[in-house]
Design a protein around this ligand. Structure first.
Ligand code: 1PX
Length: 214
C-alpha cells in the first residue's frame, strides 16, 4: 500500500540524508538540516510527551539555519567548510562554553550524536520481531549512544517518554511508507546513507579533535 498523496511520509525524510553526501564525500548542511526538520515533525506527531526532545532539536536546527542563511552562508555550505571556517577564525569554544557558546561545530556535534541513536534505533526496528517492543528498542539504542552525554534527569525523562511509543507494527504504520514489509525495505535502503553521513562526520570530528566540544 502506497502512502496517500501529499501525506507526510518518513521515506522523503530519510531520503534527505541520502542527498547529503556529495561525490567528494562532503556533507551538505542544507539536506542534513532538512532531514532533521522532517524527523522533528514526525516526532511531534507521536505526542506531546516528546516535546521536550523536539524543542531541543528545533533549537539546534534553528541555530544552524541561522548560520546557513546568514552573512557567512558560503562557509556553511558543507560540514567540511564549516569546520575549517570556524576553527581558522577561532569561533569554537574548545575547553568550556564562553565567547562562542553556540558554534556550528558544537551544535552539529549534538545532532551527530543523536544521528547515532537514530541509526541504532532504525536498525533495531528493522531487524526486530513483529511483536517487539518499540520502547525497548528505543531504550537500548539510547543507552548505547546518547545517554552517555545526558545528565541523570534527562535520561530518566527520556526513558519515561519512550514508554509512550506504540508497538513495532503500529510504529511502522505511522511512518506512512506502506505496509510493515515496505517500511522494513525502505529502512534497509535508507540506513546505509545514514551510516555514511554519520561515518564521514565522525571521521572529520576525530581528525580535528572536536568530539568532546563543551
Ligand atoms: C521515536 C522516539 C524518539 C526518541 C528520541 C530519542 C532521543 C532522546 C534524546 C533526549 C534529549 C532530551 C533533550 C535535551 C537534550 C540536551 O540536553 C542535549 C545536549 O544539548 P546541550 O549540550 O546543548 O545541552 N541535546 C541533545 O543531545 C540533542 C538531542 C536531539 C534529539 C533529537 C531527536 C529527534 C528524534 C527524531 C525521532 C524520529 C524517529 C523516526 C523513527 C522512524
Amino acid at each position: 500500500m502506497a502512502a496517500a498523496p501529499g501525506a507526510f511520509s518518513l521515506r522523503e525524510v530519510l531520503a534527505a540524508f541520502q542527498a547529503c553526501v556529495t561525490e567528494q564525500r562532503e556533507v551538505l548542511l542544507g539536506p542534513y538540516l532538512q532531514g532533521w526538520r522532517g524527523l522533528v515533525r514526525f516526532l511531534n506527531g507521536l505526542g506531546a510527551i516528546f516535546s521536550f526532545i523536539s524543542k531541543d532539536a528545533v533549537t539546534k536546527i534553528q541555530i544552524m539555519e541561522s548560520y546557513c542563511g546568514g552573512e557567512q552562508q558560503e562557509e556553511y555550505h558543507t560540514l567540511q567548510s564549516m569546520v575549517s571556517y570556524e576553527l581558522s577564525r577561532g569561533l569554537v569554544d574548545l575547553q568550556r562554553r564562553s565567547s562562542h557558546p553556540d558554534s556550528g561545530c558544537r551544535t552539529i556535534l549534538r545532532l551527530h550524536r543523536a544521528l547515532r541513536w537514530l541509526q541504532l534505533f532504525l536498525e533495531g526496528l528493522r531487524t526486530a520481531q513483529q511483536d517487539a517492543s518499540t520502547s525497548a528498542i528505543c531504550t537500548d539504542s539510547y543507552n548505547a549512544s546518547l545517554a552517555a552525554y545526558h545528565p541523570w534527569v534527562v535520561r530518566k525523562a527520556a526513558v519515561v517518554a519512550f514508554c509512550a511509543l506504540p508497538s513495532r507494527n503500529a510504529f511502522l504504520e505511522v511512518m506512512n511508507v506502506g505496509g510493515p514489509e515496505e517500511a522494513v525495505e525502505m529502512l534497509g535502503n535508507a540506513l546505509p546513507h545514514i551510516r555514511d553521513v554519520y561515518g564521514i562526520t565522525q571521521e572529520l570530528y576525530e581528525q580535528h579533535h572536536l568530539l568532546n566540544l563543551p
